[in-house]
Design a protein around this ligand. Structure first.
Ligand code: COA
Length: 501
């Protein structure tokens, strides 16, 4: 069949097909643009690349909003071309990261559930263009997303004009996977009618106003694979500690043996820890997450997990090849939603999620830093970890106890930046054990973290800090002029480890 007829069933739009270069030429200096894409999945590819190229002929700067991180090297090319003035809400590209840390790009790091409210409420934007990757357009004007929904719905509804990238490299079997729902306006908002991860409450695509579609571009390019590392011996041990904690909760009657729905964060550690459930006794699992990484598909294949809801699917290269070859067999067990629904506080609290996210570091009292190296340099962003951590039944943060071959302790006297306060953190897991810090006072929390989470090489110096802090007193004891001295020492000497006397 003619590709145009197969993919663009609303035939009135056929005359809007243009080249990526032509579409990119509509974007002018000072504009704000909303791009589809969430953790490298379903990102618009051709027009952003044409935009970065255009910079060579004509300097300009734009504000770029996305779902989360982009793949296809787009953030990197944008950073190199210097075309981004403001970037939100999440990124994970090394070149974009350095442009943010040099102050060349103003990065607004905020909760992933919040961007949609900001766009709707006029806090962010107004958006001049939404550029959205799609599988196709139905006869009644529904835009069918691809491997992510992200913020595409709110972008399409609120941008003045829309450019659609139809990506023929994305498998057609993705159609039927999405559930597109937007909450009503604040003031007249009704409860979101979702009481199980399996519920479908919206439409199978994003309703768009055809008159706003300025152009349609063809692309044929797969998503970028995720660079996650496979599980290793340490992450296996961490998974074991997490399972021990969950088992204890079931035995104590605080959790059902099938567990409430699980959320698992981005990155290698979160993926590896989730992978650990494969060899556990837990059955009939459901996920209510924002991104589905490799481990989720192993859980589905093994029958341990029965259903998974998220906003995006982000896979490593071997998993991509395997999963998309025969995607039909997963479709009935998956749903992708807008990120304001996958990450919505109302739903997270209602479902009583167990959320598992990765920390860069945490401190003696349980404050977690997920974003800033040594308190100053942005890594990726808070992503959805705050949406889930603050509202889940159990907010679990995992990290290896040391980084950079032991030159950094990930358990420190005072977190150098705090994304998740002591009030939002329930359980901390490293390869040395887990610390359940619920219902503990600060001094009790510190004892538990010292006993269960710190690397043995760093334990004496953290114990020494705590003892001297206690001698000074206070509800949350600190030696203030030393609280960040470990980070300062690392910057100065290249290690946090004090030489033993
Ligand atoms: N100080 C400095 N660097 C540290 C560190 C610390 N305390 N802890 C880890 N690192 C470094 C590692 O050495 C590694 O560096 P490298 O890339 O040079 O090898 C890097 O940080 C990533 O660490 P890694 O152990 O590979 O973790 P990861 O891939 O699991 O990612 C986060 C960890 C925290 C960066 C990632 O999970 C993240 O961005 N989280 C925030 C967003 C989020 O949680 N979203 C979830 C909602 S779905």
């Amino acid at each position: 069949m003619d590709q145009r007829l197969e993919r663009i069933k609303l035939t009135a739009l056929h005359e809007r097909i243009v080249s990526a270069e032509q579409a990119a030429s509509w974007i002018k200096d000072g504009m704000a643009v909303g791009l589809s894409g969430f953790t490298r999945a379903g990102d618009a590819k051709a027009v952003p690349n044409a935009l970065a190229k255009r910079m060579q002929e004509e300097p300009f700067q734009i504000d770029v909003y996305t779902g989360a991180s982009l793949g296809s090297g787009i953030d990197g090319r944008f950073a190199q071309a210097g075309i981004v003035r403001k970037r939100a809400p999440y990124q994970s590209d090394p070149l974009m990261r350095s442009a943010i840390n040099s102050g060349d790009v103003q990065f607004v790091d905020h909760h992933l559930s919040q961007t949609a409210e900001w766009i709707r409420g006029g806090v962010a934007g107004p958006l001049d263009f939404a550029i959205i990757e799609a599988l196709g357009i139905t006869q009644d004007g529904l835009l069918i997303p691809t491997t992510s929904v992200g913020n595409s719905m709110v972008f399409a509804h609120h941008a003045k004009q829309i450019i659609i990238e139809i990506n023929t490299a994305q498998p057609l079997e993705l159609e039927g996977l999405h559930d597109c729902y937007a909450p009503q306006a604040i003031g007249s908002r009704q409860p979101i009618p979702l009481v199980s991860p399996r519920d479908r409450i919206g439409t199978k695509g994003i309703p768009v106003d055809p008159s706003k579609v300025k152009g349609i571009v063809w692309t044929n390019q797969a998503d970028s694979p995720s660079p996650i590392e496979p599980p290793d011996a340490e992450t296996d041990v961490m998974a074991g500690h997490l399972l021990a904690f969950l088992r204890r909760e079931v035995q104590a009657g605080r959790l059902d043996k099938n567990l409430p729905p699980l959320q698992s964060g981005v990155g290698s550690v979160a993926n590896a820890v989730l992978h650990g459930l494969l060899d556990s006794e837990f059955e009939g699992l459901e996920l209510y997450s924002e991104v589905l990484q490799d481990a989720v598909f192993d859980l589905l294949d093994s029958g341990k997990a029965l259903f998974a809801s998220a906003s995006a699917i982000t896979l490593s290269q071997p998993y991509m090849e395997r999963i998309y070859q025969d995607f039909g067999r997963y479709r009935e067990r998956l749903v992708l939603r807008p990120q304001e629904i996958s990450n919505h506080p109302e739903i997270i609290r209602r479902l009583g999620l167990i959320s598992i996210n990765t920390a860069l570091e945490f401190d003696l009292y349980g404050n977690v830093n997920s974003t800033h190296i040594a308190g100053t340099k942005m890594m990726n962003g808070i992503g959805g970890s705050g949406d889930f951590g603050r509202n889940a039944q159990l907010a679990i943060f995992v990290t290896k106890s040391i980084a950079k071959n032991g030159r950094i302790s990930c358990v420190v006297p005072f977190a150098s930046h705090i994304d998740h306060t002591e009030h939002d953190v329930d359980v901390l897991v490293t390869e040395h054990g887990f610390a359940d810090i619920r219902n503990l006072a600060p001094r009790e929390r510190a004892e538990r973290i010292l006993a269960n989470c710190v690397h043995p090489e760093y334990r004496p110096q953290l114990r020494d800090y705590f003892d001297r802090a206690i001698a000074r007193g206070g509800h949350t004891p600190h030696v203030l002029d030393e609280a960040l001295s470990w980070h300062a020492k690392y910057m100065r000497d290249g290690t946090m480890l004090k030489k033993s006397p």
